[in-house]
Structures are given as structure tokens and as C-alpha cells.
Design a protein around this ligand. Structure first.
Ligand code: EPU
Length: 419
């Protein structure tokens, strides 16, 4: 077992290069199943979710060549089975994209129920509703999903809930379906636009991604022969922006799209931090104790749930009382118990948490309950006085590339230690 040992407090200072977006990459990789050919994907984050995605594709028959640790060439000419490896698909959430992509490619797939962070109930009813409206039958037996379609046919699909996963999955399934599919009440996250851009580069006809109505004009075939670079990770960028504020540091983040960071920028100004938008880089600094603020997480362009725990560290240290209302996931306050072990004063009740700001946090042994909780604990450990030990690193490694190396380069005293 490994743990991270962080000694603080350290104001983080310097430059960080942001990696490609996990949540775009985990959809773009299965999307390659819709192509009968070869393509190259660049700016992939070097994280465990990507390695598992590649292994699933390999076991379905794709040939994968690593060009370097951030780029693969993938040949999906011969997809040899419609049974996805159950042990691997149950390891992470985004394995549900295999369903949309394989319905499009083969009209059939057998896949394990998706796993991923335990953030409360994570139903996939909107995905299933979308597939069924496109003409598929979907059955769930003993933890395995069986989806089948003789021929997918375009349909108007209204999403009852704004869902990132369901929007992308229906987009994948409808790219090769005959006619025009409309997704109403679609999610608008940057990774949805990125997946649509990738598919359009390969010959799809998707319009309106990034708005709440997406139209997909079905095409006969997607072609290979293209190279695509994954969009920078909005959540990794936001994590470092909030780390700069929590540690009263000064960071410049390179390779980011500042437009995607507007809700975070607005909140940083509200708590008294500074943000300078330099086009494809952003500088964030803070030289005083943050002010209190209230947050409600919302689908994009609202404040992202995936930055709620990192913002929680800032508010735990703020001057005054703050309230966070988590409107997406029912169990995303597990990190607050860990921050309380470090001296924070947070009371979480259901989807609301009250933060009575303290002047200092103190090092303690803490456990990461999910990916973003883990990132929040790394920030807290860097801001806290003394030594923090962070356990359950498998969550962090799923979504942050070389987290300790990136933090070390900006001054953190952080080591990965084998127990
Ligand atoms: N929902 C349903 N039915 C569905 C789908 C979703 O009720 O069929 C509900 C969910 O329970 C949730 C809300 O709708 O309350 C939004 O869920 P969404 O489908 O948007 O989430 P997701 O696609 O499962 C992705 C990210 C999450 C991120 C959410 C929200 C991936 C692989 N995961 O999950 O990322 O929190 O969108 O932005 O893209 C993370 O990276 O740490 C992470 C958890």
C-alpha cells in the first residue's frame, strides 16, 4: 500500500502544465470504436482510467500503439467480440460509453455495470432511455448490461436530467443511426464539445454541442486517418487554481482554456484571490486569508461538483462562515470528516455543508474517499501545519497525472511512500 506524506504549510509558487481532460479522454477512446480504421489521440492524461480504457479496447480487438506516454495510435478495423471484459468495465464509471459506441458499431454489447467513485446513487436510466428511443433493447441481469439493436434509428430524445454521461452516450449511439437525432436538455460541459469535435473530425455530423440542444445527423461511416488532441482538463486546472488560493501561493497554469474556468475564477475573486487571464494560461494568487462565500454546484457553466471538495478546503480556512450546497451527488461531503480531523469545523447535513472557517489546519492521517476528495486532501495537507498522511491513493491516481510530482515542482514537500 502507498501513501502520500505532505509537510506544510507551503505557499505553492511557480508553473504547472495542465494535462488532457480525463472526462473527455475516457469518452473519446470508446468513440474510436465507431471508426473502421486508424486514428491517433494526443494529449491523453497519463492516469489509470486511461490505461484501463485502452485495455478494454484491446480486449475488444483494437490494436493500440503507444507513441509516447500521452499519445496512442489505435486501429479499430477488427473488432472481434461484443463481450466487454466484466472485471475491467466495473472498475470505472466511463465504461458505460462502450455501450453507445458498440451499439453504433456492432449493434450489440455485453458489459458490466459501471463502477467509479462512490458519490451516492449513480443511475443510468437516462442512458437506457436514449438507447431504447433509438431502437435498442437493454436488459440488466446479475450486474451485466445486455444491449442490442437490429438497426438504430434517429429519434428526438429529451433528457429528464442534465447528464454528462447520458448526453455523450446517446451522441455516440446516434452518430451512425439513420436520420436526425435531437438531444434536448443536453449537458454542456467542455468535454461534450470535445467528444463532438473528435467525432466530427472523423466524419460525423453533430451540431450544437455546448448548447442544450444537440442535433446529430446520422452518417453512413466514420473515417480514420486523423489525429486529435484532447482538450485541457478544466477540473485539473481548477484544482491548482484553488490550491493557489488555499496555500496563499502564486501559480501560473499553462495549457488551459480560460473560458472553461469562469465559474471558478468568479468564486476566487469573491473570496479575495486574484486571477489574471493570459489567453492560454492563467495566473492565480492570493496573499491573505480567503473571505467566506457560498457555493451551489450545478451543471456547466455553473460551479462544477468536481471542484466542490477543493473549494471546501479554501472555505474551511476562510474568514467567516460559508455554505456549500451540492446539487449533483448525494455523498460528496465525505471529505469534510477528514478535514475535521485536520482541525476544520465543518458540519455536513445531506446535500448541505456549513463551514465555520478556521485560521489553520493541522496535519493528520486522512483517507481519500473519491478522486476529488483525494485532491482536496493534497491541497489541505500542503496548507496545513505539520505532517499529513493521505491514504487510498488509487482514487487520486485514477484522475490526476503525477500529482505528487506536479505539486513538488511548485514547492510542496510531498512524497509517495510505500508502507
Ligand atoms: N443521473 C440520473 N440518471 C442518469 C444519469 C445521471 O439520474 O441516467 C443523475 C446522477 O445521479 C447525478 C446527475 O444526474 O445526480 C448528473 O450525473 P451525470 O450523468 O452528469 O454524471 P456522470 O456522467 O456519471 C460525469 C463525470 C463526473 C462528474 C459528473 C457531473 C465522467 C466519467 N464523470 O459523471 O466526474 O462529477 O459528470 O459533472 O465524465 C470526477 O471526475 O471526479 C467525476 C465524478
Amino acid at each position: 500500500m502507498e501513501k502520500l506524506v505532505v509537510k506544510g504549510p507551503t505557499p505553492l509558487k511557480g508553473e504547472v502544465t495542465i494535462s488532457g481532460a480525463k472526462n473527455a479522454a475516457v469518452a473519446i477512446l470508446p468513440a474510436t470504436l465507431l471508426i473502421d480504421g486508424v486514428c491517433t489521440i494526443e494529449n491523453l492524461p497519463n492516469i489509470s482510467d486511461i490505461k484501463i480504457s485502452c485495455e478494454i479496447l484491446r480486449q475488444l480487438g483494437a490494436k493500440i500503439t503507444w507513441n509516447n506516454e500521452h499519445s496512442i495510435t489505435i486501429d479499430t478495423t477488427n473488432i472481434t467480440t461484443t463481450k466487454a471484459p466484466l472485471d475491467l468495465t466495473s472498475k470505472f464509471r466511463a465504461s458505460y460509453y462502450i455501450i453507445g459506441a458498440m451499439l453504433g458499431r456492432k449493434g450489440e454489447i455485453e458489459v458490466g455495470m459501471p463502477g467509479g467513485c462512490k458519490l451516492g446513487a449513480r443511475p443510468i436510466d437516462q442512458h437506457i432511455k436514449g438507447f431504447e428511443m433509438l431502437g435498442a433493447t437493454v436488459n440488466l441481469e446479475k450486474g451485466t448490461i445486455y444491449a442490442k439493436a437490429k438497426k438504430l434509428k434517429a429519434a428526438p430524445i429529451y433528457m429528464d436530467i442534465v447528464s454528462v454521461g447520458a448526453t455523450i452516450n446517446v451522441m455516440l449511439a446516434s452518430v451512425l443511426a439513420k436520420g436526425t437525432t435531437t438531444i434536448d436538455n443536453a449537458a454542456k460541459e467542455p468535454h461534450i464539445v470535445d467528444v463532438a469535435n473528435f467525432l466530427n473530425t472523423m466524419g460525423a455530423d453533430i451540431r450544437g454541442a455546448g448548447t442544450d440542444v444537440i442535433k446529430i445527423n446520422g452518417v453512413e461511416k466514420l473515417h480514420g486517418g486523423c489525429t486529435y488532441s484532447v482538450v485541457p482538463d478544466q477540473i485539473e486546472a481548477g484544482t491548482f487554481m484553488l490550491a493557489a488560493v488555499a496555500t496563499r501561493g502564486d501559480l501560473t497554469l499553462k495549457n488551459c482554456i480560460t473560458k472553461h474556468l469562469e465559474s471558478i475564477t468568479a468564486k476566487i475573486f469573491e473570496v479575495g484571490g486574484n486571477v489574471e487571464d493570459n489567453g492560454d494560461s492563467i495566473r492565480v494568487w492570493c496573499n491573505k486569508r480567503p473571505n467566506n462565500a457560498n457555493i451551489k454546484t450545478l451543471p456547466y457553466p455553473g460551479f462544477p461538483t468536481d471542484l466542490q471538495p477543493q473549494m471546501g478546503v479554501v472555505l474551511a480556512l476562510a474568514n467567516g462562515t460559508s455554505v456549500i450546497n451540492e446539487s449533483i451527488w448525494e455523498s460528496r461531503f465525505q471529505y469534510t470528516e477528514e478535514l475535521n480531523k485536520m482541525g476544520a469545523k465543518i458540519t455536513a447535513q445531506g446535500k448541505t455543508a456549513f463551514f465555520e472557517g478556521v485560521k489553520k489546519l493541522y496535519g493528520a492521517p486522512v483517507y481519500s474517499s473519491d478522486l476529488r476528495a483525494g485532491a482536496a486532501l493534497v491541497i489541505a495537507g500542503t496548507a496545513a501545519e505539520g505532517e499529513t498522511e493521505i491514504y487510498n491513493l488509487e482514487h487520486i491516481d485514477r484522475g490526476y497525472e503525477n500529482i505528487e510530482e506536479k505539486f513538488r515542482k511548485i514547492g510542496a514537500k510531498i512524497e509517495r511512500v510505500k508502507e
